[in-house]
Design a protein around this ligand. Structure first.
Ligand code: UD1
Length: 337
């Protein structure tokens, strides 16, 4: 099978590309390298001894995207193209709506024009909003998102779902990711955020490597066992393997299916810091700061559907996630530069 990864050179895409190649699939990557690096794909090629058809192209450019579809004729698309910084989305909502909705519409138009019927979408647990108490189940109605980034995910889900209602031959799989962290076990590819990290794990690793003085834990007065927020952290390679199953499911079925990708096991911010320190034998200085606006006390998945529908279950532990995140960071202190 040939899989087109739209926005495939980023943190999540590069790990999926690796997993697909290792499973004998052909991989095409389109990426504008806005928040990613061609070096990630070069390393994937080096690690697998296989080649990726790589296009430096913006998925919002319909002419170029259509040319890629016509040339490559993918069997399935994995849609990972989009802007993803929560804070930035509050400052620049129009840019976020324009870019993220545009990538989705362009991909759907190019699919329709070339007869590609299968798409797996990189969605987020953020679409459950604050109305739904954890564990989040796919049957719950979507909630009110706390930022424009989240709304783009929610809207893109709706657009994809509507497209599959109109075209009965289409198959859409909406994967709702919880909190992907970690890196490939080799330490050759990993998360390489631009500027100051917004997310917890890259911040922790940058403190550990000495790039930042200390971590600020956003609030320790939540109604949780240790007062810090609970999240469902999932190893990036487990997430990538979930995509292999999702692609198989996508090409064999029709209509829309929503599937959570998490472990179902909540851990607190302090659990992350303590586990990271223990497995890597390194200190992570931290202070307790005020709560961050929009954070919810507990977000974790009900993972029974993924197991039932995809036959997939995350198998790596929190210790694995902390070890592999650190292995990547310490071997690549400047990321891909
Ligand atoms: C956030 C987004 C989510 C997005 C995901 C991945 C919100 C409400 N949600 O999830 O939509 O899909 O990132 O990009 O923004 N923390 C600290 N100190 C830090 C950083 C984080 O204490 O410096 C805490 C947070 O308060 C939170 C936990 O660590 O409790 C995880 O934070 P983060 O990695 O940013 O992920 P989410 O907020 O869960």
């Amino acid at each position: 099978m040939k899989i087109l990864l739209a926005g495939g050179a980023g943190y999540i895409g590069s790990h999926i590309a690796l997993a697909l190649l290792e499973n004998g699939q052909d991989v095409v990557v389109m990426d504008n390298f806005d928040n990613s690096s061609p070096e990630a794909i070069m390393r994937v090629e080096e690690m697998t001894g296989q080649t990726v058809s790589l296009y430096e192209a913006d998925v919002t450019n319909k002419k170029v995207t259509l040319a890629v579809f016509k040339k490559e004729k993918p069997d399935c698309v994995i849609h990972l193209a989009g802007l993803k910084a929560v804070g930035e989305s509050i400052e620049q909502p129009i840019r976020y709506y324009r870019n993220n909705i545009d990538t989705t519409l362009t991909l759907l138009e190019c699919m329709a024009k070339t007869g590609c019927k299968n798409i797996v979408f990189s969605s987020s647990a953020t679409v459950y909003g604050e109305e739904n108490a954890a564990p989040c189940h796919e049957k719950m109605p979507k909630g009110k998102c706390s930022n424009p980034y989240g709304w783009t995910k929610s809207m893109m889900e709706q657009i994809l779902q509507d497209a599959s209602v109109a075209d009965k031959d289409m198959s859409v799989v909406l994967l709702r990711y919880f909190n992907p962290i970690g890196a490939h076990e080799s330490g050759r590819i990993g998360e390489n955020p631009r500027g100051i990290p917004n997310n917890l794990m890259p911040y922790v690793t940058q403190v550990a490597v000495g790039k930042r003085d200390k971590l600020t834990i956003f609030g320790d007065d939540y109604d949780t066992p240790d007062g810090t927020c609970l999240r469902d952290y999932i190893h990036i390679m487990d997430l990538a393997e979930g995509h292999l199953k999702a692609v198989d499911f996508c090409v064999e079925n029709k209509g829309t299916e929503i599937i959570n990708l998490g472990t179902g096991q909540p851990y607190s911010v302090l659990d992350i810091v303590k586990t990271f320190e223990k497995v890597n034998n390194i200190q992570v200085p931290y202070e307790i700061g005020p709560r961050r606006g929009g954070d919810l006390p507990a977000v974790y998945a009900d993972v029974s559907k993924a197991e039932k529908v995809l036959g997939w279950k995350a198998k790596r532990t929190l210790a694995d996630m902390c070890r592999d995140s650190w292995n990547w960071q310490k071997n690549n202190p400047e990321g891909y530069e």
